[in-house]
Design a protein around this ligand. Structure first.
Ligand SMILES: Nc1ncnc2c1ncn2[C@@H]1O[C@H](COP(=O)(O)OP(=O)(O)OP(=O)(O)O)[C@@H](O)[C@H]1O
Length: 534
């Protein structure tokens, strides 16, 4: 076993025991009772009822668009069914996720359902961590990782089926993949593509030449929506107060509160715990968990655990309180949420084309997003959604749709990737914004020396395309004197590629990539990978 595999095996041992040692035998597999509970629950998922219809449509078509509410079982069931039905020896099924936490969680769940160990038949691949083996037939990976794989193997010949999940999130990598996969499908008639979304994607149907769209029928429980009387300026404080009030006053049921970024979530959890602590035995016990897109695997499973039982028989009921970034909107579905708190804001990337700078900004959520958040309160039980903004703000100030990330990004890095993928006609790429933005990006890359006079990638551009960074930063990294050997430089590279890296600071990010023995194991893997590809 390679050092990397050992490290991951250790990760998962820790992961499982930290959840509960109950339900697992010594070989890491599930005991039969727990396994049968999991299988029983799985049979109740809406997707299961339409399994045969889905497989039939897939058999007859190269592309299929599957639409189903969050939690209907798309991620965990469809990939599994596809894997068992579309057989081609030595080829895998890939299922993309918009963030690492979703890829790891899905692989964990499906491995549990199949009663196998993560990293064997079912594995995952996220930035700086591969947990797969020769046995892997089903791989969950971030959409960014699939793009990187395409750069090394343009026809993606290791896959027989590719599933693009959470298409409605319109991440940058997913938008680029749509355009790219359309080309690959033309060259590989044996490849099948399943696009999964929580909302109807008529545009996608057109884009994939009228591919069939199949809907999964789900029961949605009623959700009562409440607004504040006047706008809340301190949304963090208002969220904390709302959680505490719900816990004191409302009927049993778990709470999901949205906030914008990791440190805000950590602060909120801390303050909620303090406030509820002050109430003593007058209220039931709480389990407060937080969730963001890069949460380490050993903390992820907590969000799926049931609420704690009352402290004494007939005492006030316990509650689980999840405080999350947009990750809980659709990437992970949590059961038994009865109360959603929506402060009406989201942190998003924006690009200022006049100064050529990308930045993160907290901005009002779109109506689509607000409705998605509210619907989560009624997924498994009837619920309530508390919007910390006024009804007027919902009706008048908020746009209907969330803009795709590709319209809010510096096109330079996308063009670099598309050039590396040898995409012939950039102007006909799906969702690419105005011609002017594309021309500006091409000029920037040529000024940086990444493109030659004919618009082809130079050697420098080729190196730059390997880093998921703004082109200026990629160039800075590639031309930096210590680039080819120093661990420190690799740490910086890791830091630049990890979401939240600037806010977390260098040491904290570096620590994430250091093994318990103090080695830069993962970074060295990145370095080796880089050397292999260059
Ligand atoms: N790691 C996990 N542990 C426990 N339960 C899980 C896990 N992952 C998923 N589930 C449960 O499995 C069910 C189906 O989830 P799944 O992610 O397949 O739905 P989905 O339709 O893909 O939703 P989404 O669009 O949110 O991904 C849900 O009830 C969810 O809570």
């Amino acid at each position: 076993m390679s050092t990397e595999r050992k490290r991951n095996a250790r990760l998962f041992d820790v992961d499982r025991s930290s959840v509960s040692s109950e339900g697992y035998s010594l070989d890491g597999k599930l005991d039969s009772q727990r396994h049968s509970d999991i299988l029983q629950k799985r049979e109740t998922l809406p997707v299961r009822k339409q399994k045969n219809e889905f497989l039939d449509v897939l058999k007859k078509n190269q592309v299929i668009i599957l639409v189903g509410q969050t939690g209907s079982g798309k991620t965990t069931q469809v990939s599994f069914e596809v894997e068992t039905s579309v057989k081609r020896p030595k080829m895998m099924v890939a299922c993309t996720q918009p963030c690492p936490v979703a890829a790891v969680s899905a692989s964990q769940r499906v491995a549990e359902e199949m009663n196998v160990i993560v990293g064997e038949e079912v594995g995952y691949s996220i930035c700086f961590e591969d947990n797969i083996s020769d046995k892997t037939v089903l791989k969950y990976l971030t959409d960014g990782m699939l793009l990187r794989e395409a750069m090394a193997k343009p026809l993606l010949e290791m896959y027989r089926v590719i599933i693009i999940d959470e298409a409605h999130e319109r991440t940058l990598a997913t938008s680029v993949l749509f355009g790219y996969l359309k080309l690959v499908l033309g060259m590989r008639p044996d490849l099948k593509l399943v696009v999964m979304s929580a909302t109807v994607e008529a545009k996608l149907q057109d884009y994939f030449d009228g591919a069939p769209l199949m809907k999964i029928y789900c029961v949605q429980h009623p959700v009562d929506i409440f607004y504040t009387m006047k706008p809340e300026s301190d949304f963090l404080g208002a969220t904390i107060r709302s959680v505490v009030e719900i816990h004191q006053r409302e009927e049993p049921g778990d709470i999901l509160a949205f906030l914008t970024r990791q440190e805000e979530i950590e602060e909120a959890c801390h303050r909620i715990s303090e406030e509820i602590g002050k109430l003593g035995n007058k209220v039931g016990p709480v389990e407060i968990v937080y969730l963001h897109s890069t949460l380490p695997p050993d903390m992820q499973q907590k969000i799926f655990e049931p609420a704690p039982p009352p402290l004494v028989e007939d005492g006030p009921p316990g509650r689980k309180i999840v405080v999350s970034t947009i990750t809980a909107e659709t990437s992970l579905s949590i059961d038994r949420i009865a109360y959603v708190i929506d402060p009406g804001v989201v942190e998003q990337k924006f690009y200022d084309s006049r100064v050529g700078v990308e930045f993160l900004m907290v901005s009002p959520v779109s109506r689509d997003r607000a409705d998605m958040r509210a619907s989560l309160a009624g997924r498994t039980v009837p619920g309530k959604c508390f919007r910390l903004y006024t009804e007027r703000s919902y009706n008048q100030d908020r746009h209907g749709q969330t803009d795709p990330e590709i319209l809010r990004s510096n096109l330079g890095s996308i063009v670099l990737i598309l050039k590396k993928l040898e995409v012939p006609d950039l102007r006909h790429f799906m969702n690419l914004p105005a011609e002017e933005a594309l021309t500006r990006a091409l000029k920037e890359l040529s000024d940086l020396g990444a493109l030659d006079d004919k618009g082809n990638l130079t050697e420098l551009g080729n190196m730059m395309s390997k880093f998921p960074l703004d082109p200026q930063m990629a160039k800075m990294l590639v031309v930096s004197p210590g680039f080819n050997c120093s661990n420190e430089i690799l740490s910086i590279c890791a830091m630049l590629s990890v979401p939240n890296c600037f806010r977390e600071g260098f040491d904290k990010v570096k620590a994430r990539f250091v093994d318990t023995d103090g080695d830069y194991l993962t970074l060295l893997n990145v370095y080796n990978e880089f050397k292999r590809n260059s």
